[in-house]
Design a protein around this ligand. Structure first.
Ligand SMILES: Cc1cc2nc3c(=O)[nH]c(=O)nc-3n(C[C@H](O)[C@H](O)[C@H](O)COP(=O)(O)OP(=O)(O)OC[C@H]3O[C@@H](n4cnc5c(N)ncnc54)[C@H](O)[C@@H]3O)c2cc1C
Length: 496
């Protein structure tokens, strides 16, 4: 029986895009989206702030508190962009730009920023990084195959160390994982986060490098997605966003849903429990205000550990509390126009795991994104202001002292110092805008074995009291990127 009433729990990007796709697939069904807070969008939060320098020059700067850019390889995002008619507000960061090519590390113990190679030609101009990368990569194919027998998963760190050596793992692998997951690479499942590495190892009969070289042209599944001309707009883009930031997507989804007669979006609607009906088909959804809604089908688009709190004992599901969540402090900073550039042109820099691990006395810095380089086109008014975003936390314990403006500026000065020393020891100017936001438990961390556990969760949903009427998706199930969330939302309810 096709669904008659669908309740979507959670109004982040997963819930909003689920309601969007479900309303197109089941136009006869009534859909209600329930979001506990007063706004939808979840971790996506774009805003404009007005800034002024000491000469009275004003600008409006677009800042992101959560995600800031999308990768064009997510066909589900390209499709959503097309279906919501957002093409004209796309902003791309071309692959050939410095904002895409020039990426850095700040390696504790080494001054300033260490440039990463972006092509074979750039190996000569990036001597330190190349001195680790080149021998590790050249040696990898001649290392014997060493995947542990019967292990279908391991940590990102374990795979990189086993194939490329501990130094590459610690310096490059840990930094990459800090940038995407704000997490310790030694805990994260490689199968869930970088399956491409395991697949390459398989293809290369033990060698990731040989497997990558063998990667034949993959059959494009583009025709299954209604991407219109969005694909051609982002063909040469490393990443993209929108003039008004990523908040454009939830805002447009909300506008679309509000216009649909069969869809209701309710904010300040806290779901407190879900109960499979015992002697009939369907699910009862209890709200904090005492209401009970009856749905033929439910989509959970909230973190797994929050779902656990909603389930009755006769509807218990496995593995909902296995994975921890990472907490991150995001610091948006805007500097006034200055003669000395605040940072070198580029995407930004990441900081690897310290040699001794994550000490409590560490700076807490995971990395910094140079937003003006890639997304400066979002800003209006007087030119020359520099926006950047510092990320702190994850595996580090953060105290209020870490996020004080003086401390953040002192660290930035230390990381960016060579550029300032070169130009007469200039210090960073005092920012015209500074905001530190603590995002508690914002990124789910799939631990080793996550993929198998999620298969078991899906199997349990199909059988037992839920009888396939409850689907569980979102960042903590299918991948944390906005693209992963929308891809899962696009597939939800396919078996109904
Ligand atoms: C700082 C940061 C930077 C990031 N950067 C990027 C990036 O650049 N690119 C990228 O692709 N991804 C990025 N991500 C990841 C991506 O933004 C998230 O994984 C994604 O937005 C999660 O969306 P979601 O809808 O699954 O979950 P959420 O956004 O967490 O939404 C879940 C919603 O459910 C609601 N809810 C919870 N419990 C209940 C309840 N009981 N009843 C009703 N509602 C409930 C919550 O209020 C929330 O609104 C970033 C994430 C963070 C935190």
């Amino acid at each position: 029986m096709p669904p008659s009433t669908i309740a979507v729990i959670g109004g982040g990007i997963t819930g909003l895009s689920s309601a969007f796709h479900l309303s197109r697939r089941f136009p006869q069904a009534s859909i209600i989206l329930l979001e506990k807070s007063s706004r939808d969008g979840g971790w996506i939060r774009s805003r404009r702030v007005e800034v002024k320098d000491s000469h009275g020059n004003k600008a409006e700067i677009l800042l992101e508190a959560g995600p800031r850019s999308l990768r064009p390889n997510s066909k589900a995002i390209l499709e959503l962009t097309n279906l919501l008619h957002l093409t004209s507000s796309i902003i791309t960061t071309p692959k050939s730009s410095k904002a895409a090519k020039d990426r850095f590390l700040h390696i504790p113990g080494r001054p300033g920023l260490t440039r990463l190679p972006s092509s074979p030609l750039s190996l000569l101009s990036t001597p330190y990084a190349s001195s680790i990368l080149v021998p590790s990569i050249l040696r990898e194919p001649i290392r014997r195959a060493n995947r542990p027998k019967d292990a279908d998963d391991e940590s990102v760190s374990s795979l990189l160390a086993r194939r490329f050596g501990h130094k590459l793992e610690r310096i490059f692998g840990s930094a990459l994982v800090h940038g995407i997951y704000a997490a310790d690479a030694r805990a994260l499942s490689v199968k869930a986060t970088f399956p491409i590495l395991l697949e390459a190892e398989e293809r290369g009969r033990g060698s990731i490098v040989l497997g990558m070289l063998k990667a034949g042209s993959k059959e494009s599944d583009l025709q299954q997605y209604d991407v219109g001309d969005v694909q051609s707009l982002v063909n040469d883009a490393a990443v993209f966003s929108f003039v008004d930031g990523l908040g454009t997507i939830p805002k447009s989804l909300r506008e679309y849903l509000d216009k649909s007669e069969k869809v209701t979006v309710r904010t300040n609607a806290v779901v407190t429990s879900l109960r499979p009906k015992l002697n009939a088909e369907g699910i009862e959804v209890d709200l904090a205000n005492g209401e009970t809604l009856s749905a033929s089908h439910v989509v959970s688009a909230i973190p797994l550990d929050r779902l656990e709190d909603l389930l009755p004992s006769h509807g218990a599901l496995p593995h909902l509390t296995t994975n921890p969540m990472s907490s991150v402090t995001v610091v948006n900073i805007v500097f006034p126009p200055s003669k000395t550039p605040i940072h070198p042109p580029g995407f930004g820099y990441l900081i690897p795991r310290p040699v001794g691990g994550y000490s409590r006395r560490g700076t807490g810095f995971l990395g910094t994104v140079f937003d003006s380089c890639s997304l400066g086109a979002q800003d209006t008014g007087a030119p020359g202001f520099t926006k950047l975003t510092v990320m702190l936390g994850g595996p580090y314990e953060i105290t209020p002292a870490h996020t004080k403006i003086e401390n953040v500026l002192a660290q930035l000065q230390h990381h960016l110092s060579p550029i300032h020393h070169r130009i007469g020891g200039a210090r960073l100017p005092w920012p015209v805008y500074f905001e530190a936001m603590e995002h508690n438990e914002c990124i789910p961390l799939p631990l080793v074995g996550h993929v198998r556990r999620m298969e078991e969760l899906r199997a349990a949903l199909k059988t037992g009291p839920w009888k396939g009427k409850l689907e569980v998706i979102g960042a903590s199930v299918d991948g944390v990127s906005v693209g992963d969330c929308v891809e899962a939302a696009r597939k939800v309810g396919r078996d109904w």
